[in-house]
Design a protein around this ligand. Structure first.
Ligand code: GLN
Length: 481
């Protein structure tokens, strides 16, 4: 096996046994990345400053090559959210997660492709063009963190960070056959994450297996006074939750999730996953999340409203792109705003700004945004109710496997529906993860979603680990179908 194919916990073992070095790991991953990414296009930019392995550099605890989604700030490194409007923007500071990664010794490779401002489920809405799914390059990698998930699946990075507002870590993880975790809202600081929908956004790990996800969450989690939504709850050692046993655990299966439109191969894999966990002692029961049918609509009211307000700051003055039209239309300043926003935002960003501005405008606010918030509370209550009777909820991550590039590009509604299973966890604020649980006949990965109560990531990791240790899906690698 090549060095670049190992998960981080194996690399750390090799390092401990002095069988490899940080530099050898970095060089293995980096040279593979440069070759492989010509085809996959997971990265939009490599780090302008590559790690130094000189004798003066203090030793690193976690010298693991990691890719960052193109909405996470690294001081002095261009970051654009894959939008034309942020072209040339270099943040003057590190995101908190970046700082934590640097302190742990992680090796930052570069920025990965995403849907513009994280608006999408396929990474096709990127200003830089689509990323390809490493399992089938005619297919999308999912989105919006498609570049991060594809980079890990293609072994172009050992770890990656993504952000998840409505499923953007979990759905691409499912489509690319890797592990993706959306932590509890407030668990990981968003300071230095370029905002999409502030009441929903969370940063989280994308890794090759469950152990690595626990290791990476250990590094990035924690209270941060610079993010007012960050919660001051101690961070446990998540690797201690990696217990291969589900005895005594009660797991709920929401009846509303087994609906028409679910691919039969996806359904079959989930049923088989239930059997694996039953054999390890878990008890399953049907539960109900009665407001599930309103989740997608509620999400698209709240997320677009918050996006329209967050995107108001891109006016050509402070960040990135600034354009002036040829001829004067109104006044120099208004012309500049209009031209910059007109040329700078892509079609999906414009659609969301219009939807969001509409639902926040006076006369419509009560009917849409405020109403959306009330339904959100009902959805959260569904989860509170469900967790009175179970330790975790098991669902598919997405109703289908990866679709073909271009297949849904002109049908925003069908694209929105690919988030049907992931969105509720963001609305409720609870943690959720996706891990590989099978492959379709066409060789495309299928994802299993585990949802637990707020700050119960340990329970989520325990169930995921138990499942993983009793199956072989995580060992299947791109290129050796
Ligand atoms: N696909 C969803 C959307 O388009 C979720 C995106 C995300 O989580 N950033 O909004």
């Amino acid at each position: 096996m090549n060095l670049f194919e190992h998960p981080a916990h194996e690399l750390l073992d090799l390092l401990k046994a002095q069988k490899t070095s940080a530099q050898a790991i970095f060089e293995s991953v980096f040279s593979h990345l440069k070759q492989s990414d010509k085809n996959i296009k997971a990265f939009v930019r490599l780090s302008h400053q590559l790690p130094d392995f000189g004798p003066a550099v203090p030793s690193r605890n976690y010298p693991i090559p990691i890719a960052l989604k193109d909405n996470i700030c690294v001081e002095g490194q261009e970051v654009t959210c894959c939008s034309h409007i942020l072209e040339g923007f270099k943040p003057p500071y590190d995101a908190t997660v970046t700082q934590k990664l640097k302190k742990s010794g992680a090796l930052i490779l570069g920025n990965t492709n995403m849907d513009e401002f994280a608006f999408g489920s396929s990474t096709e809405n990127s200003y830089y063009g689509p990323t390809r799914n490493p399992w089938d390059t005619a297919c999308v990698p999912g989105g919006s963190s498609g570049g991060s998930a594809a980079a890990v699946a293609a072994h172009e990075a050992v770890w990656a960070l993504g952000s998840d507002t409505g499923g953007s870590i979990r759905q691409p993880a499912a489509f690319c056959g890797v592990v993706g975790v959306k932590p509890t809202y407030g668990r990981v600081s968003r300071y230095g994450l370029i905002a999409f929908a502030s009441s929903l956004d969370q940063i989280g790990p994308i890794t090759k297996d469950v152990t690595d996800a626990a290791l990476l969450l250990n590094i990035i989690a924690g209270y941060d006074e610079r993010d007012s939504t960050s919660v001051n709850v101690p961070v446990p050692d998540y690797t201690k939750a990696l217990i291969n046993d589900a005895k005594g655990l009660k797991i709920g299966i929401p009846k509303e999730y087994f609906i028409e439109g679910m691919d039969p191969e996806v359904k079959q894999s989930i049923l088989e996953a239930i059997d694996v966990l039953k054999k390890k002692g878990a008890a399953f029961k049907e539960i109900s999340l009665p407001h599930t049918e309103y989740a997608v609509a509620t999400y698209y009211i709240i997320a677009t409203a918050e996006a329209s307000s967050n995107l108001a700051r891109y006016d050509g003055v402070q960040y990135g792109l600034r354009l002036q039209p040829q001829e004067t239309r109104k006044s120099a300043i208004v012309d500049m705003y209009e031209e910059t926003r007109d040329q700078g935002f892509g079609p999906e960003a414009k659609r969301r700004i219009m939807l969001g501005t509409y639902s926040l405008s006076s006369g419509y606010y009560d009917a849409y945004y405020l109403r959306g918030q009330k339904v959100r509370t009902l959805i959260k209550d569904d989860f509170d109710q469900a967790f009175k009777n179970c330790d975790a909820i098991l669902t598919p991550t997405a109703p289908t496997t990866a679709f073909r590039i271009g297949e849904k590009a002109n049908d925003p509604l069908s694209m929105y529906l690919s988030d049907i299973y992931t969105i509720s966890a963001n609305l409720a604020g609870v943690p959720a993860m996706s891990l590989p649980c099978g492959f379709s006949k066409n060789g495309l990965p299928i994802g299993l979603q585990i949802i637990t109560q707020s700050f119960a990531e340990e329970m989520m990791f325990r169930i995921a680990y138990t499942y993983e240790q009793n199956t072989d899906w995580h060992k299947r690698k791109v290129g050796q179908k």
